[in-house]
Design a protein around this ligand. Structure first.
Ligand SMILES: O=P(O)(O)OC[C@H]1O[C@H](O)[C@H](O)[C@@H](O)[C@@H]1O
Length: 549
């Protein structure tokens, strides 16, 4: 048994879960008029109703005991203080420094990182202003109209999804286009829509070694040169964000045009760094700063609120409860707000790359499930497709519903319908509909008793399906910053409980390595017997289909 599963707190939770599996939330609500009111939290502009969860006071207090037994507060403080908690890469984990608005020094290797953080923010601010005012001109003297932001993974999802979520705040003077995939269709599609004289390319790669981003940038550079620009003109049209300044300059980006970041910022935690430059360009610096401020508020809440009133802690523990004691394989995010539709994909990378791990910090195999599958999409669309499985599927899928109380240019009818669907879904998931209720509904429908029973069984909704509901006034940059930081800290909490390193991602490396070998195979530069028989024949088919005619 692992250290975690040997804890007495773990045993207590196992016992509580087996008792709670026989209880129905419907009965809890019926017998406790205060349940909804007593299971709410508010922080940083977010209201959370967590009463529709399969927990009672005993389970919650055992979960908080588990957090204390796992020394959650100590590890949290170690992260905020810049200790090297990313032990497999020997790095501090300090995305929180990027949004720190306090005077506190944050030391890494004996040096305060805050002056560099502030200087980079000022550089983002000044560059954004010069692009928006038209002061920054292309080589033919025209102001920038289009920005092509190239990056992938954390250097893409954050900027793209935050920009999309805050669409109502978009500036008029420029349009930002995001490109990630190495599939040439995407970059060619985007480049065909923009004018090279009025285009700025922002290349974002922490490592400056990611195949997709390098290739897409080379293609953009080639397009620029073929369109009429010269090597000297590149400085006015290409900027880069990277922690690898040397590689960026070798690639041909002038040092002035490089926005730095640092190895203590993980890729999936990097939107708060200069990786967020496209956000600032799309929305204006004040809105980018608003995101940082909201995240800082959530950091303050996370580091100071008692565990029992701490939103990310509570959410993380509920996640552990379902993953480890109810065998929940996945967790679904359901933003009832069109502009926030990308959030599930954002949290998917954040959570699955952080906690998709099979060994503990000490390198021992875990004997308990770790990170769940994260998925979801905007409501109400999912109600007409995958919600069936959440309602009547055989497993438990905890859900996070979220809804702004106001939306831009609000149409009252639409918004009331949106809200009613959101709340109605959480109610249906919780209360369900019993066999007897379904059987009674079928009275007088001309069915014999056997048919009536069979149909009633199909219509029965088990209910007892857990959900959280988040409400917020409207999706401002600050609220979004707080929401995203809340998910970051939730993932952190779960990583601490599971004793994982949530900040490395070795699992993506082998695919990159083999992908490069296969590329050599496709290009005829590697021997066939380097590959297994299946891969050999796939390469052969591809080569045959693409051979010169
Ligand atoms: O920013 P880059 O160094 O180009 O990395 C981009 C992405 O690629 C990697 O494969 C990682 O899995 C991601 O965490 C990272 O965000």
């Amino acid at each position: 048994m692992s250290a975690l599963t040997s804890l007495p707190e773990w045993q207590t939770l196992t016992n509580l879960a087996s008792a709670i599996k026989n209880a129905h939330m419907r009965d809890w609500f019926a017998s406790d008029a205060n349940r909804a009111e007593s299971m709410q939290l508010e922080a940083c502009g977010l209201f959370l109703d967590y009463s529709k969860n399969r927990v009672n006071e005993d389970a919650l207090s055992a979960l908080f005991d588990l957090a204390r037994a796992c020394k959650l507060e100590d590890v949290r403080d170690a992260m905020f203080n810049g200790e090297q908690i990313n032990s497999t890469e020997g790095r501090a984990v300090l995305h929180t420094a990027l949004r720190s608005f306090s005077d506190r020094q944050i030391m890494v290797d004996g040096k305060d990182v805050m002056p560099e953080v502030r200087a980079t923010l000022s550089k983002i601010e000044a560059f954004t202003a010069s692009v928006h005012s038209g002061e920054h001109k292309g080589y033919t003297g025209k102001p920038v109209k289009d920005i092509v932001a190239i990056g992938i993974g954390g250097s893409f999802l954050g900027p793209k999804i935050m920009t999309e979520a805050l669409k109502p705040h978009t500036v008029d003077s420029v349009k930002v286009h995001f490109v990630a995939n190495v599939d040439g269709c995407h970059i060619h599609d985007v480049l065909s829509k923009v004018d090279f004289e009025e285009t700025l390319v922002v290349m974002s790669s922490k490592s400056f070694s990611t195949q997709e981003t390098l290739q897409n940038t080379l293609t953009a550079k080639d397009w620029f040169l073929k369109s009429g620009g010269t090597q000297e003109d590149i400085a006015k049209h290409f900027v880069a964000v990277s922690s690898n300044v040397k590689a960026a300059t070798e690639f041909g980006i002038s040092e002035d045009n490089i926005f730095p970041m640092w190895d203590w910022v993980g890729g999936r935690y990097s939107l708060w760094s200069a990786i967020g430059l496209p956000i600032s360009l799309a929305l204006g610096f004040e809105n980018f700063k608003g995101l940082l401020e909201g995240a800082f508020d959530m950091d303050t809440h996370f580091t100071s609120a008692p565990l029992e009133q701490n939103m990310p802690v509570l959410l993380g523990l509920l996640g552990v409860w379902y993953r480890n004691f109810f065998d929940a394989q996945s967790h679904v995010l359901l933003p009832y707000y069109h502009y926030l539709r990308g959030l599930p994909a954002y949290v998917q990378q954040l959570d699955m790359e952080s906690n998709g791990k099979q060994v503990t910090q000490e390198g021992e195999d875990v004997d308990y499930p770790t990170g769940p599958i994260i998925w979801g999409s905007e409501g109400t669309n999912g109600q007409h497709s995958f919600h069936q499985l959440i309602h009547q599927g055989s497993g438990v899928i905890p859900a996070d519903f979220m809804l702004p109380l106001h939306v831009p240019n609000q149409d009252e009818t639409h918004h009331a319908m949106l809200a009613s669907n959101c709340f109605g879904q959480t109610q249906a998931l919780m209360q369900g509909k019993t066999f007897d209720e379904c059987y009674a509904d079928l009275d007088g429908k001309g069915l014999n008793d056997a048919e009536r029973k069979r149909l009633a069984a199909h219509k029965t909704m088990p209910g007892n399906k857990p959900s959280n509901t988040f409400l917020f006034e409207s999706l401002t940059p600050k609220t979004l910053g707080a929401l995203v930081a809340m998910y970051e800290h939730k993932v952190f909490v779960q990583g601490v409980i599971w004793n994982l390193n949530s900040f490395d991602q070795w699992g993506v490396e082998l695919g990159k390595e083999l992908g490069n070998q296969v590329l050599a195979g496709i290009q005829g530069e590697a021997k066939e017997d380097n590959f297994d028989a299946s891969t050999q024949q796939l390469i052969a088919r591809f080569r045959a289909a693409n051979a010169p005619k």
